[in-house]
Design a binder for this molecule. Structure first.
Ligand code: UDP
Length: 487
Protein backbone atom coordinates (compact mmCIF):
# COMPACT_ATOMS: atom_id res chain seq x y z
CA UNK A 1 0.00 0.00 0.00
CA UNK A 2 1.24 3.54 -0.86
CA UNK A 3 2.09 5.54 2.29
CA UNK A 4 -0.25 8.53 2.79
CA UNK A 5 0.78 11.90 1.41
CA UNK A 6 2.98 14.01 3.63
CA UNK A 7 0.59 16.38 5.42
CA UNK A 8 1.74 19.94 6.18
CA UNK A 9 -0.14 22.64 8.08
CA UNK A 10 0.52 26.17 6.78
CA UNK A 11 0.00 29.04 9.23
CA UNK A 12 0.27 32.43 7.45
CA UNK A 13 0.53 35.73 9.32
CA UNK A 14 -2.35 38.08 8.52
CA UNK A 15 -0.64 40.74 6.49
CA UNK A 16 -0.61 40.68 2.66
CA UNK A 17 3.18 40.52 2.38
CA UNK A 18 3.15 37.37 4.54
CA UNK A 19 -0.18 35.79 3.59
CA UNK A 20 0.32 35.92 -0.18
CA UNK A 21 3.68 34.08 -0.40
CA UNK A 22 2.47 31.51 2.16
CA UNK A 23 -0.56 30.69 0.01
CA UNK A 24 1.74 30.37 -3.02
CA UNK A 25 3.98 28.09 -0.99
CA UNK A 26 1.08 25.85 0.07
CA UNK A 27 0.14 25.54 -3.62
CA UNK A 28 3.73 24.74 -4.51
CA UNK A 29 3.75 21.89 -1.99
CA UNK A 30 0.42 20.59 -3.25
CA UNK A 31 1.84 20.63 -6.79
CA UNK A 32 4.72 18.51 -5.42
CA UNK A 33 2.22 15.95 -4.07
CA UNK A 34 1.97 17.15 -0.46
CA UNK A 35 -1.37 17.36 1.33
CA UNK A 36 -1.42 21.02 2.34
CA UNK A 37 -3.79 22.64 4.82
CA UNK A 38 -3.98 26.41 5.24
CA UNK A 39 -5.22 27.78 8.56
CA UNK A 40 -6.59 31.31 8.52
CA UNK A 41 -9.51 33.58 9.46
CA UNK A 42 -12.72 34.14 7.41
CA UNK A 43 -11.89 37.49 5.80
CA UNK A 44 -8.34 36.46 4.99
CA UNK A 45 -9.66 33.32 3.38
CA UNK A 46 -11.99 35.37 1.19
CA UNK A 47 -8.88 37.04 -0.28
CA UNK A 48 -7.50 33.84 -1.77
CA UNK A 49 -10.44 31.43 -1.87
CA UNK A 50 -10.94 31.69 -5.66
CA UNK A 51 -7.32 30.72 -6.35
CA UNK A 52 -7.57 27.67 -4.08
CA UNK A 53 -10.92 26.68 -5.63
CA UNK A 54 -9.30 26.77 -9.09
CA UNK A 55 -6.33 24.77 -7.81
CA UNK A 56 -8.68 22.19 -6.31
CA UNK A 57 -10.54 21.80 -9.61
CA UNK A 58 -7.41 20.42 -11.24
CA UNK A 59 -6.99 16.66 -11.05
CA UNK A 60 -3.20 17.10 -11.50
CA UNK A 61 -2.62 18.34 -7.95
CA UNK A 62 -3.36 17.20 -4.44
CA UNK A 63 -6.29 19.36 -3.25
CA UNK A 64 -5.64 21.97 -0.56
CA UNK A 65 -7.65 21.91 2.68
CA UNK A 66 -8.74 25.06 4.45
CA UNK A 67 -9.46 25.59 8.14
CA UNK A 68 -11.02 28.75 9.44
CA UNK A 69 -10.38 30.20 12.90
CA UNK A 70 -12.24 33.19 14.29
CA UNK A 71 -10.02 36.04 15.41
CA UNK A 72 -10.98 37.12 18.97
CA UNK A 73 -11.49 40.81 18.08
CA UNK A 74 -13.29 42.09 21.12
CA UNK A 75 -11.14 40.20 23.64
CA UNK A 76 -8.11 41.90 22.09
CA UNK A 77 -9.76 45.33 21.88
CA UNK A 78 -9.93 45.32 18.08
CA UNK A 79 -12.85 46.66 16.04
CA UNK A 80 -14.97 44.08 14.25
CA UNK A 81 -13.62 42.72 10.93
CA UNK A 82 -10.02 43.76 11.56
CA UNK A 83 -8.50 40.51 10.45
CA UNK A 84 -5.47 41.79 8.60
CA UNK A 85 -2.75 44.29 9.43
CA UNK A 86 -3.81 46.31 6.38
CA UNK A 87 -7.29 46.88 7.81
CA UNK A 88 -6.34 48.29 11.22
CA UNK A 89 -7.90 51.75 11.68
CA UNK A 90 -4.60 52.87 13.17
CA UNK A 91 -1.12 51.41 13.41
CA UNK A 92 -1.35 52.17 17.13
CA UNK A 93 -3.56 49.08 17.27
CA UNK A 94 -0.68 46.83 16.19
CA UNK A 95 -0.29 45.74 19.80
CA UNK A 96 -3.96 44.65 19.99
CA UNK A 97 -3.57 42.84 16.70
CA UNK A 98 -0.55 40.92 17.98
CA UNK A 99 -2.52 40.08 21.11
CA UNK A 100 -5.38 38.67 19.02
CA UNK A 101 -2.91 36.61 17.00
CA UNK A 102 -1.46 35.18 20.21
CA UNK A 103 -4.99 34.14 21.23
CA UNK A 104 -5.21 31.87 18.19
CA UNK A 105 -2.87 29.42 19.86
CA UNK A 106 -5.42 27.20 21.72
CA UNK A 107 -7.73 26.60 18.73
CA UNK A 108 -4.68 26.00 16.52
CA UNK A 109 -3.27 23.48 18.95
CA UNK A 110 -6.62 21.76 18.99
CA UNK A 111 -6.61 21.53 15.17
CA UNK A 112 -3.12 20.00 15.18
CA UNK A 113 -4.20 17.48 17.82
CA UNK A 114 -7.22 16.44 15.77
CA UNK A 115 -5.59 16.32 12.32
CA UNK A 116 -2.08 15.21 13.24
CA UNK A 117 -0.12 16.83 10.40
CA UNK A 118 3.49 15.72 9.83
CA UNK A 119 4.93 19.25 9.96
CA UNK A 120 4.08 22.91 10.41
CA UNK A 121 5.29 25.68 8.11
CA UNK A 122 4.50 28.95 9.80
CA UNK A 123 5.30 32.61 9.74
CA UNK A 124 8.01 34.10 11.93
CA UNK A 125 5.32 36.28 13.52
CA UNK A 126 3.45 33.26 14.92
CA UNK A 127 5.89 32.13 17.61
CA UNK A 128 3.40 29.85 19.36
CA UNK A 129 3.39 27.52 16.37
CA UNK A 130 6.91 26.44 17.46
CA UNK A 131 5.52 25.42 20.85
CA UNK A 132 2.58 23.57 19.28
CA UNK A 133 4.99 21.68 17.03
CA UNK A 134 7.11 20.71 20.02
CA UNK A 135 4.08 19.57 22.02
CA UNK A 136 3.00 17.34 19.16
CA UNK A 137 6.47 16.04 18.32
CA UNK A 138 6.53 17.41 14.76
CA UNK A 139 8.98 19.80 13.06
CA UNK A 140 8.20 23.48 12.60
CA UNK A 141 9.74 25.20 9.61
CA UNK A 142 9.73 28.97 9.85
CA UNK A 143 8.98 31.30 6.98
CA UNK A 144 10.86 34.52 7.46
CA UNK A 145 9.67 36.91 4.76
CA UNK A 146 13.02 38.51 3.80
CA UNK A 147 15.99 37.58 1.66
CA UNK A 148 19.05 35.97 3.24
CA UNK A 149 21.08 39.16 2.60
CA UNK A 150 18.80 41.33 4.75
CA UNK A 151 18.36 38.63 7.40
CA UNK A 152 22.15 38.37 7.58
CA UNK A 153 22.54 42.14 7.97
CA UNK A 154 19.94 42.14 10.77
CA UNK A 155 21.82 39.30 12.45
CA UNK A 156 25.19 41.04 11.98
CA UNK A 157 23.90 44.21 13.65
CA UNK A 158 22.31 42.28 16.54
CA UNK A 159 25.44 40.18 17.08
CA UNK A 160 28.19 42.82 16.76
CA UNK A 161 26.28 46.02 17.67
CA UNK A 162 28.41 48.21 15.38
CA UNK A 163 25.95 51.11 15.77
CA UNK A 164 26.65 51.52 19.47
CA UNK A 165 29.75 53.63 18.86
CA UNK A 166 28.09 55.80 16.22
CA UNK A 167 26.42 59.04 17.25
CA UNK A 168 25.15 60.33 13.92
CA UNK A 169 22.04 58.87 12.29
CA UNK A 170 23.44 59.33 8.81
CA UNK A 171 27.08 58.24 9.18
CA UNK A 172 27.67 54.97 7.31
CA UNK A 173 29.25 52.15 9.32
CA UNK A 174 30.37 48.64 8.43
CA UNK A 175 28.34 45.63 9.54
CA UNK A 176 31.01 43.10 10.57
CA UNK A 177 31.05 39.39 9.83
CA UNK A 178 29.27 39.44 6.46
CA UNK A 179 30.59 37.81 3.26
CA UNK A 180 31.34 41.25 1.79
CA UNK A 181 31.55 44.83 3.10
CA UNK A 182 28.04 46.18 3.79
CA UNK A 183 27.59 49.73 5.08
CA UNK A 184 24.38 50.99 6.67
CA UNK A 185 23.37 53.99 8.78
CA UNK A 186 21.43 54.12 12.03
CA UNK A 187 18.49 55.66 10.22
CA UNK A 188 18.20 52.47 8.12
CA UNK A 189 17.83 50.05 11.00
CA UNK A 190 14.43 48.30 11.22
CA UNK A 191 14.24 48.82 15.01
CA UNK A 192 13.85 52.55 14.36
CA UNK A 193 10.45 52.23 12.82
CA UNK A 194 8.53 50.33 15.49
CA UNK A 195 9.81 52.16 18.58
CA UNK A 196 6.62 53.35 20.27
CA UNK A 197 4.14 50.53 19.83
CA UNK A 198 4.97 48.20 22.72
CA UNK A 199 5.89 45.38 20.33
CA UNK A 200 9.35 44.56 21.74
CA UNK A 201 8.09 41.60 23.76
CA UNK A 202 6.46 40.15 20.65
CA UNK A 203 9.62 40.62 18.60
CA UNK A 204 11.63 38.90 21.32
CA UNK A 205 9.26 35.93 21.30
CA UNK A 206 9.58 35.62 17.48
CA UNK A 207 13.35 35.40 17.77
CA UNK A 208 13.20 32.94 20.63
CA UNK A 209 10.79 30.72 18.68
CA UNK A 210 12.99 30.91 15.58
CA UNK A 211 15.89 29.54 17.58
CA UNK A 212 13.70 26.55 18.56
CA UNK A 213 12.78 25.82 14.98
CA UNK A 214 13.91 22.97 12.76
CA UNK A 215 14.67 24.98 9.63
CA UNK A 216 13.91 27.99 7.49
CA UNK A 217 12.07 28.13 4.20
CA UNK A 218 12.92 31.29 2.27
CA UNK A 219 11.29 33.09 -0.62
CA UNK A 220 14.51 33.56 -2.53
CA UNK A 221 16.52 31.52 -5.03
CA UNK A 222 20.03 30.27 -4.50
CA UNK A 223 21.65 31.94 -7.50
CA UNK A 224 20.57 35.45 -6.54
CA UNK A 225 22.50 35.35 -3.24
CA UNK A 226 24.54 32.12 -2.90
CA UNK A 227 27.03 33.48 -0.37
CA UNK A 228 24.24 34.90 1.80
CA UNK A 229 22.21 31.66 1.74
CA UNK A 230 25.36 29.87 2.95
CA UNK A 231 26.12 32.60 5.47
CA UNK A 232 22.59 32.50 6.85
CA UNK A 233 22.82 28.72 7.27
CA UNK A 234 26.07 29.18 9.15
CA UNK A 235 24.89 31.89 11.55
CA UNK A 236 21.57 30.22 12.38
CA UNK A 237 22.95 26.67 12.41
CA UNK A 238 19.72 25.70 10.66
CA UNK A 239 18.76 24.06 7.44
CA UNK A 240 17.68 26.70 4.93
CA UNK A 241 15.60 25.89 1.86
CA UNK A 242 15.40 28.66 -0.79
CA UNK A 243 12.23 27.82 -2.74
CA UNK A 244 11.39 31.06 -4.57
CA UNK A 245 10.32 33.10 -6.32
CA UNK A 246 7.03 31.59 -5.15
CA UNK A 247 4.98 34.13 -7.14
CA UNK A 248 5.98 32.22 -10.29
CA UNK A 249 3.53 29.44 -9.39
CA UNK A 250 0.84 31.84 -10.69
CA UNK A 251 0.98 30.94 -14.35
CA UNK A 252 -2.58 31.75 -15.44
CA UNK A 253 -3.55 35.40 -16.00
CA UNK A 254 -6.55 34.94 -13.69
CA UNK A 255 -4.38 33.69 -10.83
CA UNK A 256 -2.00 36.62 -11.35
CA UNK A 257 -4.94 39.03 -11.42
CA UNK A 258 -6.59 37.67 -8.27
CA UNK A 259 -3.43 37.06 -6.27
CA UNK A 260 -3.74 38.46 -2.76
CA UNK A 261 -7.16 40.06 -3.15
CA UNK A 262 -9.81 41.02 -5.63
CA UNK A 263 -8.24 43.72 -7.81
CA UNK A 264 -9.99 47.08 -7.85
CA UNK A 265 -9.44 47.41 -11.59
CA UNK A 266 -10.93 45.11 -14.17
CA UNK A 267 -8.25 42.78 -15.53
CA UNK A 268 -9.17 43.42 -19.17
CA UNK A 269 -9.17 47.20 -18.71
CA UNK A 270 -5.74 47.03 -17.16
CA UNK A 271 -4.36 44.81 -19.93
CA UNK A 272 -5.93 46.88 -22.71
CA UNK A 273 -4.36 50.02 -21.26
CA UNK A 274 -0.96 48.32 -21.07
CA UNK A 275 -1.35 46.87 -24.60
CA UNK A 276 -1.64 50.42 -25.91
CA UNK A 277 1.85 51.30 -24.61
CA UNK A 278 5.27 50.55 -26.09
CA UNK A 279 7.54 47.90 -24.50
CA UNK A 280 9.41 49.12 -21.39
CA UNK A 281 7.67 52.50 -21.49
CA UNK A 282 5.48 52.31 -18.34
CA UNK A 283 6.61 52.88 -14.77
CA UNK A 284 4.63 50.93 -12.18
CA UNK A 285 4.44 52.86 -8.88
CA UNK A 286 3.35 51.05 -5.74
CA UNK A 287 4.46 51.07 -2.13
CA UNK A 288 3.09 47.71 -1.07
CA UNK A 289 0.13 46.79 1.05
CA UNK A 290 0.82 48.78 4.20
CA UNK A 291 2.67 52.02 3.40
CA UNK A 292 0.80 55.27 3.24
CA UNK A 293 1.98 58.82 2.62
CA UNK A 294 1.03 62.23 3.94
CA UNK A 295 -1.11 64.43 1.69
CA UNK A 296 1.87 66.67 0.95
CA UNK A 297 4.05 63.68 -0.03
CA UNK A 298 1.30 62.32 -2.27
CA UNK A 299 1.11 65.71 -3.95
CA UNK A 300 4.88 65.79 -4.61
CA UNK A 301 4.75 62.25 -5.94
CA UNK A 302 1.89 63.02 -8.32
CA UNK A 303 3.56 66.20 -9.57
CA UNK A 304 6.87 64.38 -9.96
CA UNK A 305 5.27 61.65 -12.07
CA UNK A 306 3.55 64.29 -14.17
CA UNK A 307 6.77 66.29 -14.63
CA UNK A 308 8.69 63.19 -15.73
CA UNK A 309 6.56 62.94 -18.89
CA UNK A 310 6.68 59.14 -18.78
CA UNK A 311 3.71 56.78 -18.70
CA UNK A 312 2.83 55.28 -15.33
CA UNK A 313 0.44 53.15 -13.32
CA UNK A 314 0.14 54.58 -9.83
CA UNK A 315 -1.42 52.52 -7.03
CA UNK A 316 -2.93 54.53 -4.21
CA UNK A 317 -4.33 52.86 -1.09
CA UNK A 318 -8.10 53.14 -1.13
CA UNK A 319 -8.51 55.33 1.97
CA UNK A 320 -6.07 57.95 0.63
CA UNK A 321 -7.38 60.92 -1.28
CA UNK A 322 -5.33 62.76 -3.85
CA UNK A 323 -6.51 66.03 -2.35
CA UNK A 324 -7.46 69.35 -3.73
CA UNK A 325 -4.12 70.15 -5.38
CA UNK A 326 -4.29 67.02 -7.50
CA UNK A 327 -7.97 67.42 -8.33
CA UNK A 328 -7.63 67.68 -12.08
CA UNK A 329 -4.45 65.59 -12.07
CA UNK A 330 -6.10 62.53 -13.60
CA UNK A 331 -7.46 64.67 -16.37
CA UNK A 332 -4.05 66.23 -17.08
CA UNK A 333 -2.26 62.86 -17.31
CA UNK A 334 -5.17 61.09 -18.99
CA UNK A 335 -3.15 59.80 -21.94
CA UNK A 336 -0.27 58.38 -19.99
CA UNK A 337 -1.30 57.80 -16.39
CA UNK A 338 -3.51 55.08 -14.94
CA UNK A 339 -4.42 55.39 -11.28
CA UNK A 340 -5.53 52.32 -9.36
CA UNK A 341 -7.22 53.03 -6.04
CA UNK A 342 -7.08 50.00 -3.80
CA UNK A 343 -5.73 46.58 -4.71
CA UNK A 344 -3.70 46.30 -7.91
CA UNK A 345 -3.05 43.05 -9.79
CA UNK A 346 0.68 43.58 -9.28
CA UNK A 347 2.07 40.37 -10.73
CA UNK A 348 -0.14 40.69 -13.82
CA UNK A 349 1.09 44.25 -14.36
CA UNK A 350 4.77 43.46 -13.86
CA UNK A 351 4.40 40.55 -16.26
CA UNK A 352 3.36 42.87 -19.12
CA UNK A 353 6.06 43.83 -21.63
CA UNK A 354 5.00 47.51 -21.52
CA UNK A 355 6.25 47.78 -17.92
CA UNK A 356 9.86 48.94 -17.87
CA UNK A 357 10.31 50.10 -14.26
CA UNK A 358 8.90 49.72 -10.78
CA UNK A 359 9.03 52.47 -8.17
CA UNK A 360 8.85 50.46 -4.95
CA UNK A 361 9.22 50.67 -1.18
CA UNK A 362 11.46 47.58 -1.48
CA UNK A 363 9.23 45.10 0.35
CA UNK A 364 10.96 41.81 -0.42
CA UNK A 365 7.96 40.32 -2.26
CA UNK A 366 7.81 43.32 -4.56
CA UNK A 367 11.54 43.21 -5.24
CA UNK A 368 11.44 39.51 -6.06
CA UNK A 369 8.33 39.86 -8.22
CA UNK A 370 10.12 42.57 -10.19
CA UNK A 371 13.25 40.42 -10.52
CA UNK A 372 11.07 37.54 -11.76
CA UNK A 373 9.85 39.76 -14.60
CA UNK A 374 13.19 41.41 -15.43
CA UNK A 375 11.89 44.85 -14.40
CA UNK A 376 14.48 47.28 -12.93
CA UNK A 377 13.53 49.36 -9.92
CA UNK A 378 13.43 52.84 -8.47
CA UNK A 379 14.04 52.21 -4.78
CA UNK A 380 12.27 54.25 -2.13
CA UNK A 381 12.46 52.30 1.14
CA UNK A 382 10.20 53.38 3.99
CA UNK A 383 10.54 51.05 6.99
CA UNK A 384 11.28 47.55 8.31
CA UNK A 385 14.21 45.90 6.50
CA UNK A 386 13.46 47.81 3.28
CA UNK A 387 16.69 49.85 3.39
CA UNK A 388 18.68 46.62 3.45
CA UNK A 389 16.69 45.30 0.49
CA UNK A 390 17.46 48.56 -1.30
CA UNK A 391 21.16 48.04 -0.59
CA UNK A 392 20.90 44.56 -2.12
CA UNK A 393 19.13 45.86 -5.25
CA UNK A 394 21.45 48.83 -5.83
CA UNK A 395 24.85 47.47 -4.83
CA UNK A 396 24.66 43.72 -5.30
CA UNK A 397 22.15 43.13 -8.08
CA UNK A 398 22.78 46.55 -9.67
CA UNK A 399 19.31 46.69 -11.19
CA UNK A 400 17.99 49.90 -9.71
CA UNK A 401 18.14 53.63 -9.30
CA UNK A 402 17.93 54.92 -5.72
CA UNK A 403 15.55 57.81 -5.22
CA UNK A 404 17.97 59.05 -2.56
CA UNK A 405 15.86 58.90 0.58
CA UNK A 406 17.98 59.03 3.75
CA UNK A 407 15.49 58.00 6.40
CA UNK A 408 12.19 56.19 6.62
CA UNK A 409 8.84 56.70 8.28
CA UNK A 410 7.91 55.69 11.79
CA UNK A 411 5.24 52.98 11.77
CA UNK A 412 1.96 54.72 12.54
CA UNK A 413 3.15 58.23 11.73
CA UNK A 414 3.40 58.08 7.95
CA UNK A 415 0.37 60.18 7.17
CA UNK A 416 1.50 63.03 9.41
CA UNK A 417 5.13 63.02 8.36
CA UNK A 418 7.03 65.63 6.36
CA UNK A 419 7.79 65.41 2.68
CA UNK A 420 10.67 62.99 2.18
CA UNK A 421 11.17 63.50 -1.54
CA UNK A 422 10.21 66.50 -3.62
CA UNK A 423 8.67 66.65 -7.06
CA UNK A 424 11.94 67.41 -8.89
CA UNK A 425 13.86 64.62 -7.15
CA UNK A 426 11.11 62.17 -8.05
CA UNK A 427 10.95 63.31 -11.68
CA UNK A 428 14.74 63.07 -11.92
CA UNK A 429 14.80 59.45 -10.67
CA UNK A 430 12.02 58.50 -13.10
CA UNK A 431 13.87 60.09 -15.99
CA UNK A 432 17.08 58.29 -15.02
CA UNK A 433 15.41 54.88 -15.15
CA UNK A 434 12.89 55.33 -17.93
CA UNK A 435 15.01 57.16 -20.49
CA UNK A 436 17.19 55.23 -22.87
CA UNK A 437 20.93 55.21 -22.35
CA UNK A 438 23.86 52.90 -21.92
CA UNK A 439 23.67 52.66 -18.11
CA UNK A 440 19.98 51.76 -18.14
CA UNK A 441 20.53 49.38 -21.04
CA UNK A 442 23.13 47.48 -18.97
CA UNK A 443 20.75 47.46 -16.02
CA UNK A 444 17.99 46.00 -18.17
CA UNK A 445 20.34 43.30 -19.43
CA UNK A 446 21.27 42.34 -15.86
CA UNK A 447 17.58 42.34 -14.85
CA UNK A 448 16.70 40.12 -17.81
CA UNK A 449 19.50 37.70 -16.96
CA UNK A 450 18.23 37.47 -13.38
CA UNK A 451 14.67 36.91 -14.64
CA UNK A 452 15.86 33.96 -16.72
CA UNK A 453 17.76 32.47 -13.78
CA UNK A 454 14.77 32.97 -11.46
CA UNK A 455 12.48 31.24 -13.92
CA UNK A 456 14.88 28.33 -14.39
CA UNK A 457 15.20 27.97 -10.60
CA UNK A 458 11.52 27.04 -10.25
CA UNK A 459 11.42 24.72 -13.27
CA UNK A 460 11.98 20.98 -12.89
CA UNK A 461 15.65 20.41 -11.99
CA UNK A 462 16.17 24.09 -11.05
CA UNK A 463 17.63 25.02 -7.66
CA UNK A 464 14.34 26.01 -5.98
CA UNK A 465 12.48 23.04 -7.44
CA UNK A 466 15.17 20.71 -6.10
CA UNK A 467 15.07 22.53 -2.76
CA UNK A 468 11.32 21.89 -2.36
CA UNK A 469 11.99 18.20 -3.12
CA UNK A 470 14.77 18.05 -0.51
CA UNK A 471 12.57 19.69 2.11
CA UNK A 472 9.77 17.22 1.44
CA UNK A 473 12.23 14.31 1.62
CA UNK A 474 13.57 15.61 4.92
CA UNK A 475 10.05 15.89 6.36
CA UNK A 476 9.19 12.39 5.15
CA UNK A 477 12.29 11.03 6.91
CA UNK A 478 11.24 12.78 10.07
CA UNK A 479 7.80 11.31 9.82
CA UNK A 480 9.27 7.83 9.52
CA UNK A 481 11.46 8.37 12.56
CA UNK A 482 8.51 9.70 14.55
CA UNK A 483 6.28 6.78 13.58
CA UNK A 484 9.07 4.35 14.49
CA UNK A 485 9.35 6.04 17.90
CA UNK A 486 5.62 5.86 18.46
CA UNK A 487 5.35 2.14 17.72
N1 UDP B 1 0.29 43.60 -3.66
C1 UDP B 1 -0.60 43.50 -4.72
N2 UDP B 1 -1.38 44.57 -5.01
C2 UDP B 1 -1.32 45.73 -4.31
C3 UDP B 1 -0.40 45.84 -3.25
C4 UDP B 1 0.39 44.76 -2.96
O1 UDP B 1 -0.69 42.45 -5.37
O2 UDP B 1 -2.05 46.66 -4.64
C5 UDP B 1 1.11 42.43 -3.30
C6 UDP B 1 2.48 42.42 -3.92
O3 UDP B 1 2.46 41.78 -5.18
C7 UDP B 1 3.29 41.66 -2.88
C8 UDP B 1 2.60 41.99 -1.57
O4 UDP B 1 1.31 42.45 -1.90
O5 UDP B 1 3.19 40.27 -3.11
C9 UDP B 1 3.32 43.08 -0.79
O6 UDP B 1 4.46 42.55 -0.20
P1 UDP B 1 5.79 43.39 -0.05
O7 UDP B 1 6.77 42.50 0.66
O8 UDP B 1 6.24 43.90 -1.34
O9 UDP B 1 5.41 44.64 0.82
P2 UDP B 1 4.50 44.86 2.15
O10 UDP B 1 3.13 45.09 1.67
O11 UDP B 1 4.64 43.62 3.00
O12 UDP B 1 5.11 46.08 2.75
Amino acid sequence: MEPPHLHVFFFPFMSPGHLIPMVDRARLFAIHGVKSTIITTPLNLSRFRSIIDRHNCSSDYVPIDLHVLDLPFSAAGLPENCENLDSLPSRLMSYNFSKAIMMLRPPSSDLVRRHRPDAIISDLNLPWTAEIAREHGIPRIVFNGGCCFSLSVIDGVARHKPHENISSDTEPFLVPGLPDPVFITKSHMPERFFGNLGLHEFFKSFMEAERNTYGVVANTFYEIEPEYVEHYKKITGKKVWPVGPVSLCNKKALDMAERGNKASIDKERCLTWLDSKKPNSVLYVSFGSLCTFSQSQLLELGLGLEASNHSFIWVIRDHQELGFALKDFEERVRDRGLIIRGWAPQVLILNHEAVGGFMTHCGWNSVLESVSEGVPLITWPLFAEQFYNENFVLHRLRIGVGIGVQSGLAWGEEESSDVLMEKDQIAEAVTRLMSDGEIVEEMRKRANRLRDIARSAVEKGGSSHVSVGLLIEDLLNQREERLAREH
